[in-house]
Design a protein around this ligand. Structure first.
Ligand code: SF4
Length: 284
């Protein structure tokens, strides 16, 4: 069960994404997967390279579209554990429509966002997660927009699993990804993953000083949606740990009717040549 491959990541030394890669590899091994039982689908951005750095099925998709691909993959082969991954620009700007609808659909995949609050691949522009006043090449006088709170959005969209972690806390990050993989529904995990090259504000030290870990609140009840929203707002979205989980809701693929329990890839679909031609003609 070795999820490492021999491809050397070309992330900058110290980039938070290294820990996310390691955590996915460890979590997959810990839940007992074999490499052929895991698929990692990513979008565009520095973080999007992650699908090539894990010994599993991997697909480096197009910008903001990791989730449609990952959902289709899960429906086609439900035996796969599917992880979608990308950055905050990928998931919360161009891909935000997909993010919200995948969350409310509750399809059984795990979505990991490497949130560094800047666009790294294009050399440092303001992202939807950048704070007001944040200065970059695209906002030299400071951003006049307020930062998006993905945790609030996820909760409002009906998420059944919301967690947040930090690249420096590999133990917690691995455990949360494991829980996400085991969750019967859509699991959303936002990870503070510092961009050491372009974001000189939200550094490892900054996160260490500002994060509020739920370990400090032992009586916190992750099944309480109101408490989850309160905690997110109280901490200005800097809370880490398992923030919310609803185990009662069925996943999309368990609810959809008219489908056989096995994925399309596993079904023996009998179709004549004429029927196939007719089907293809409908899409021309
Ligand atoms: Fe990581 Fe930033 Fe370097 Fe991209 S530019 S690899 S996000 S440190």
């Amino acid at each position: 069960k070795d999820f490492r491959n021999n491809i050397k990541p070309n992330w900058c030394p110290g980039c938070g994404d290294f820990s996310v890669q390691a955590a996915i590899q460890r979590a997959a091994a810990n839940v007992g997967l074999e490499p052929e039982q895991l698929a990692v689908v990513s979008g565009i951005g520095c973080s999007g390279r992650i699908s090539g750095y894990i010994n599993a099925y991997g697909l480096h998709g197009v910008h903001g579209r990791s989730l449609p691909i990952a959902q289709g993959l899960k429906m086609a082969n439900r035996e796969l554990t599917v992880v979608a991954a990308g950055g905050d620009g990928d998931g919360f700007a161009i891909g935000m429509g997909h993010t919200v609808h995948a969350i409310r659909r509750n399809i059984n995949i795990t979505y990991i966002v490497m949130d560094n609050q800047i666009y790294g691949l294009t050399k440092g522009q303001t992202s939807p997660r950048s704070a007001e006043g944040f200065k970059t090449k695209s906002t030299p006088s400071g951003s006049i927009e307020s930062a998006l709170s993905p945790l609030e959005v996820a909760l409002a969209a009906g998420a059944t699993f919301i967690a947040q972690s930090f690249s420096s806390n590999l133990k917690q990050l691995t455990a949360l990804i494991e829980e996400g993989m085991k969750h019967e529904g859509f699991s959303f995990i936002n990870v503070f993953s510092p961009c050491v090259t372009f974001n000189k504000v939200n550094t490892y030290e900054w996160f260490k000083d500002n994060i509020v870990d739920l370990e400090e609140t032992p009586d916190y009840d992750a099944s309480n949606r109101v408490a989850a929203m309160t905690k997110i707002m109280e901490t200005k979205s800097l809370v880490t740990g398992l923030i919310y989980q609803d185990k009662s809701k069925k996943s999309y693929e368990d609810m959809v009717t008219g489908f056989k329990p096995e994925g399309l890839a596993k079904q023996n679909i009998q179709i004549t040549e004429q029927e196939f031609e007719k089907l293809v003609a409908e899409f021309k």
